[in-house]
Design a protein around this ligand. Structure first.
Ligand code: RUB
Length: 338
């Protein structure tokens, strides 16, 4: 099921180390700023930067900083630097297509340009990174605007983990003067539910936090479930924090609508070619630091919720059926398929 965190960080360190060695051998070929990329990758891996959107933004900012401080002497070495940064960032977390799409988009713009000068290419990376961030900003506003219309006074909204997109939507509904309550899970093992709980309380929303295993007991009092997403697949399934699929089943059993709020760029085009989205498996130490020897602990970070349990995907195109994701992607972001 992919790397454990220990193997994964070793893998990342190995890449950074390889870059470092190459840097010493071919002085000036690789910029010192690549270390900044390694630092960002570390923050992403350790969850200091958490949630698909924040991960993608941190990655494009790291690429931008690298391009800004590049010591590359020509186009070829600049492109090579970008490609090395991409490898380091992609390895930081496996289940993050938004980050992959964002970085690929920037690199494609460089590769497609006729510019030869490193300075001009650096400027192109900067403008691309900023324009990507602006697009993300516009998307989250759009999603919040659309999604908040589904929230009515007196509703109880159930949510899981921490999604900046869901929180923004709930904040928007609150801003519109709607009165509703939130139930959030604590989200073992990394407890991201506490981030959601804090945000909701700060927004003045009546909030109840429950342990993950209490989800079924509280589903009956909920009116609607809203969760974020890390990945959207070609079959219309969604991948989000471990436990999301259990909650979707509970919502189905209790006949409560289950909505996913997500930028469309979380779509993984490789799923169309038959690949499965990889599910990151994290360190067992996140689950139990002093576990008995020989105990096997599994700690997958995400799970797959089948489209059959998803009422709708609230995205920048509106509230869409999970079945139509590929079609909408073709229309809105054709470059993802290239
Ligand atoms: C976070 C998580 C979030 C999605 C969407 O997991 O599963 O629901 O990433 O977040 P982790 P956003 O804490 O392991 O990164 O809406 O902010 O993109």
């Amino acid at each position: 099921m992919g790397f454990t965190i220990t193997e994964e960080s070793c893998f990342n360190r190995l890449i950074c180390f390889t870059i470092h060695i190459r840097k010493r051998t071919h002085r000036c070929l690789v910029s010192i700023m690549t270390e900044n990329v390694c630092l960002t990758a570390d923050k992403i891996r350790s969850l200091e930067v958490q949630g698909a959107r924040n991960v993608a933004i941190a990655a494009v900012k790291a690429i931008e900083a690298m391009a800004h401080g590049t010591k590359a002497k020509n186009r070829e070495s600049f492109v090579k630097e970008l490609s090395e940064a991409k490898t380091v960032l992609f390895a930081a977390r496996e289940t993050e297509p938004l980050m992959r799409n964002a970085v690929k988009w920037i690199i494609n713009r460089v590769e497609d340009s006729d510019e030869r000068g490193v300075e001009a290419l650096g400027a192109l990376v900067s403008s691309s990174s900023r324009s990507f961030q602006k697009k993300l900003e516009a998307s989250i506003e759009n999603i919040a605007e659309i999604g908040s219309r589904r929230i009515r006074d007196g509703m109880v909204i159930f949510t899981h983990c921490h999604s900046s997109t869901s929180s923004h939507l709930l904040g928007k509904a609150r801003e519109a003067g709607k009165t509703f309550e939130v139930i959030c899970t604590e989200t073992r093992p990394a407890l991201q539910g506490r981030i959601t709980a804090r945000e909701m309380v700060e927004l003045g929303i009546k909030t109840t936090m429950i342990v993950d295993s209490a989800a079924r007991s509280f589903m009956n009092v909920a009116d609607m479930v809203i969760v974020g997403a890390d990945a959207l697949t070609s079959e219309g399934n969604i991948i989000n924090k471990i436990g999301t699929s259990n909650i979707a089943l509970l919502a189905y059993e209790a006949r409560k609508p289950f909505y996913v709020v997500s930028e469309l760029l979380k779509f993984d085009p490789n799923t169309l070619c038959g690949d499965y989205e990889k599910i990151e498996e994290r360190s067992p130490l996140e689950v139990w630091t002093e576990a008995p020897e020989n105990l096997i602990i599994r700690n997958p970070a995400f799970d797959i919720t089948r489209r059959d349990y998803i009422h709708g995907v609230i995205c920048e195109e509106g509230v869409i059926s999970p079945h139509s994701i590929v079609e909408v992607m073709h229309r809105r972001y054709p470059w993802v398929f290239h």
